[in-house]
Design a protein around this ligand. Structure first.
Ligand code: AHR
Length: 498
């Protein structure tokens, strides 16, 4: 089979905002405790953070991490997590049915973020709480000194403000499972008033309003329209969340799921722009896709999590090769919308539906999905070029006209590099890709990295951490303006030219 792609230096989608390679740490399962924080671990640093985990996070080059939830945030009192650890309360955590020990709170997480070379995207509780808790948290984190909350931060050991720039106004407030679930009007009003006071405390912050927790929600996309009607002039982004699974073991259909993500993004853009037109506004609302991933492997085992335990094994999906291909397709989809998607968070980062796993007292290791994310984050920065692709198509249970290739090209002007990311969705055959490169005279293939294998269900584990890993192949050449390269069946490909 054969596909043709055209990329031209002159035809650009937009610049990649590096925050598109963000991720997420929630107080959920073993993400924090036994994940990033394990004071008794041989690799723990002076604050109890696992250095081996920090190293793996740094390899992923994650510029921003959403915290502390997720569903967790909608019942969270952030004040429980500050001050002397021995005085912090243990609380019933209603979102996930566990006990939250509060050993890690905002100051510890800010320290971890510094050590992991990343920024924080902080969510405030708009489930059980509201304007006061939110504005005091901004004051605690960002006000330099001389007020009750900023001086409290200083007395708790953080002399410098944490300077958190991006804030989420609650989490998934459209979902009936959410603590303090609201209608769009209820949430919109609260988000608007909370946004105002937060920005009055620190006018430099950016705010994300909750969009729908999935495009399948019955209130989508009216939710977005109503929420933006209330908040338009006070917020900067609207959020999107999506998770895909393959419970029916239908790989061609599973691999096509990124088409749904693409449609979701386009619909939210249209809704934002509809409200913009309605309000005669010059301001554009951008998108924060702040939860996305594959999530389904752990659904059954999570039914048996012990109630009121602390940091149980919860929401721990074991990922295989086909999951990595779906993650690759989702990354390409986000990049194709770089003009409007400015923030995105792979949900999540450690242990909970995560690329990085840890053993208590033992090693940290990489799941299959680690690799497409690492490649995209490291080689996918620069300018996205308009992808024009002509490829064979297939139909699956839920989709028609699925191109067998998902691909995008990014130019890194600083490094004089052009990178093509491509997934071959074909179950049987390798795909010959012919790509005409306009404006890249003299470029040669520097490297072709692939992630593939005979067994699409193969994954990694603590015993076999290198079972599925990427490798470099000697393939691909440029003749004049045309790149020719073979993409093996069911493969993730990174073709780096320069
Ligand atoms: O990422 C896991 C959960 O998924 C988050 O807590 C919630 O926001 C979403 O439903």
């Amino acid at each position: 089979k054969k596909a043709r792609m055209l990329v031209d230096k002159k035809y650009k989608v937009g610049n990649v905002d590096k925050r598109i390679f963000g991720s997420f740490i929630e107080h959920l399962g073993r993400a924090v405790y036994e994940g990033i924080y394990e004071p008794d671990h041989p690799q723990a640093d002076d604050k109890g953070f696992r250095k081996d985990v920090i190293e793996l996070v740094k390899e992923l080059n994650v510029p921003i991490v959403r915290y502390p939830g997720g569903n967790f945030v909608s019942g969270y009192n952030w004040e429980d997590g500050i001050g002397p650890k021995e005085k912090r309360p243990k609380r019933l955590e209603l979102a996930w049915g566990v006990i939250e020990p509060n050993e890690v709170g905002v100051d510890e997480f800010a320290e971890w973020a510094k050590r992991a070379d990343t920024d924080i995207m902080m969510a405030v509780n708009l489930g059980t709480r509201g304007m006061d808790a939110a504005r005091y948290l901004v004051e605690y984190c960002n006000h330099p000194s001389g007020t009750y909350w900023s001086d409290l931060r200083i007395s708790n050991g953080a002399a410098q403000p944490h300077n958190i720039k991006v804030w989420c106004l609650g989490n998934e407030m459209d979902g009936p499972w959410q603590i303090g679930h609201k209608t769009a009007d209820e949430y919109g009003r609260l988000a608007c008033e909370t946004a105002k006071v937060m920005k009055w405390v620190d006018p430099t912050i950016e705010l994300v309003a909750c969009g729908s927790s999935g495009s399948g929600m019955p209130t989508f996309p009216q939710w977005e329209a109503t929420v933006l009607d209330h908040t338009y002039e006070h917020v900067d982004y609207i959020s999107l969340h999506t998770y895909y699974g393959n419970r029916d073991n239908d790989t061609p259909n599973f691999l096509a799921r990124s088409l749904d993500m693409d449609k979701f993004i386009s619909t939210v853009i249209s809704t934002c722009d509809y409200v913009k037109a309605k309000k005669r506004s010059n301001k554009t609302i951008n998108l924060s896709f702040d939860e996305w991933n594959v999530w389904y492997h752990s659904h059954d085992s999570d039914q048996h999590v012990e109630r009121w335990s602390t940091a149980p094994h919860q929401v721990e999906d074991s990922y295989n090769l086909e999951d990595a291909l779906v993650v690759g397709c989702m990354l390409i989809t986000l990049l194709k919308h770089a003009d409007r998607v400015k923030i995105a968070c792979l949900a999540q980062l450690v242990n909970v539906i995560a690329p990085i796993m840890t053993e208590k007292g033992g090693p940290a290791w990489k799941q299959t999905i680690y690799y497409p994310f690492m490649h995209a984050s490291n080689y996918g920065r620069g300018t996205v070029l308009m992808p024009v692709v002509d490829a064979p198509k297939y139909d699956s249970k839920d989709f028609t006209d699925v191109p067998i290739i998902e691909s995008v090209a990014i130019e890194n002007e600083e490094k004089n590099e052009l990178t093509i990311f491509a997934v071959n969705r074909d179950m049987e055959d390798a795909l010959e890709l012919e790509c005409v490169l306009g404006g890249y005279e003299g470029y040669k293939v520097k490297e072709h990295i692939i992630l593939n294998g005979d067994d699409i269900k193969a994954g990694n584990s603590v015993e076999r951490p290198d079972n599925v890993i990427p490798r470099k192949i000697q393939d691909g050449r440029v003749d004049g303006e045309t790149l020719s390269v073979m993409l093996p069946r069911l493969s993730w490909n990174v073709i780096r030219l320069g």
